[in-house]
Design a protein around this ligand. Structure first.
Ligand SMILES: Cc1ncc(CN)c(N)n1
Length: 228
C-alpha cells in the first residue's frame, strides 16, 4: 500500500520530528511561551492555506469520492483544529491584528508553496500526498505524548487536539484517500511529495525555535555563507 511505503521511507524524518526540542520541551513544559505563540501564528497561516488546498484540489477532481473526502477534510479542519486554535488565541490574547501583522516565515511559506506545486504538477493526487503528513504525523505525536502529557495546560490542550477521536478519524479517512488515489504510474511522484512534506514538518519545529523571519542580520548572513 502507498501509505506503508510512505511511512517506511520517512521513518527517520518522523523520528526526528518526535525527538525535536520543540516537542520534548512542549512535553516537559519548558517550551518558552513566546516560541509557542510564534508557532501558533505561523501555523494559523499554514492551516488557512492547508484548508484552501483541500478545496482547490476538490475543484480539480472529477472523482466524487475524492471531491467528497477533500471537502469533508476541509470541514473537519474548520470545525475541529481551527476552532480549537481560536480558543488558544483567546487564552493567549492573540488578536486578529497581531496575526495579520505577521507574514508566513520562509519555512512556512516554502511548505505551503510545496503543496501548491504538488497540486500543480501531480493534480489532486499530488495534493493528497502533500497534505497527508500534516494529518498523520501530528496524530502520531499526539498519541506518543498522551501518556505523560504536559504540565502546562495549553500544551496539554495542544496534545489533546491530536489525540482526539475526531482528529484520528479524519487522519484515517485521509490515509484511505491516499491509498485510493495512488496508482503504479503516480506512486513515485507521490512518495517524493510525501517525503518533502515530512521534511518541511521537521523544519517547521525548528522555524519556531529560531523564530525565523525574512530579515538578514550579520549573524545569520555569516552562518548562511560560512561554507563558501
Ligand atoms: C505545520 C503543521 N503540520 C501539521 C499540522 C496538524 N494538522 C499543523 N497544525 N501544522
Amino acid at each position: 500500500m502507498f501509505t506503508d511505503q510512505a511511512h517506511a521511507q520517512t521513518q527517520a524524518l518522523w523520528d526526528a520530528s518526535k525527538r525535536h526540542p520543540f516537542i520534548t520541551q512542549l512535553q516537559a513544559g519548558t517550551l518558552p511561551a513566546a516560541t509557542f505563540r510564534y508557532y501558533l501564528i505561523q501555523d494559523h497561516h499554514y492551516l488557512h492555506e492547508f484548508g484552501k488546498l483541500h478545496d482547490l484540489a476538490a475543484d480539480q477532481s472529477h472523482d466524487p469520492r475524492v471531491v467528497n473526502q477533500l471537502r469533508a477534510g476541509a470541514a473537519s479542519l474548520r470545525d475541529g483544529e481551527i476552532a480549537v486554535r481560536q480558543t488558544f488565541f483567546d487564552r493567549l490574547n492573540i488578536t486578529p491584528a497581531e496575526v495579520a501583522a505577521v507574514t508566513a516565515a520562509p519555512t512556512c511559506y516554502a511548505y505551503i508553496s510545496h503543496i501548491y506545486r504538488a497540486l500543480l504538477t501531480a493534480g489532486p493526487a499530488g495534493a493528497v500526498a502533500g497534505l497527508l503528513p500534516c494529518y498523520w504525523l501530528y496524530a502520531e505525536i499526539g498519541q506518543a505524548l498522551a501518556g505523560t502529557g504536559s504540565p502546562v495546560p495549553i500544551y496539554q490542550s495542544w496534545i489533546d487536539t491530536y489525540n482526539a477521536d475526531d482528529y484520528t478519524g479524519a487522519m484515517h479517512d485521509q490515509l484511505a484517500l491516499a491509498n485510493y488515489v495512488a496508482t503504479p504510474a503516480n506512486t513515485d511522484a507521490l512518495l517524493a511529495i510525501f517525503k518533502k512534506s515530512s521534511w518541511y514538518e521537521l523544519q517547521f519545529w525548528q522555524m519556531a525555535l529560531d523564530q525565523e523571519d525574512w530579515s538578514i542580520t550579520d549573524a545569520n548572513a555569516a552562518s548562511a555563507f560560512s561554507r563558501h
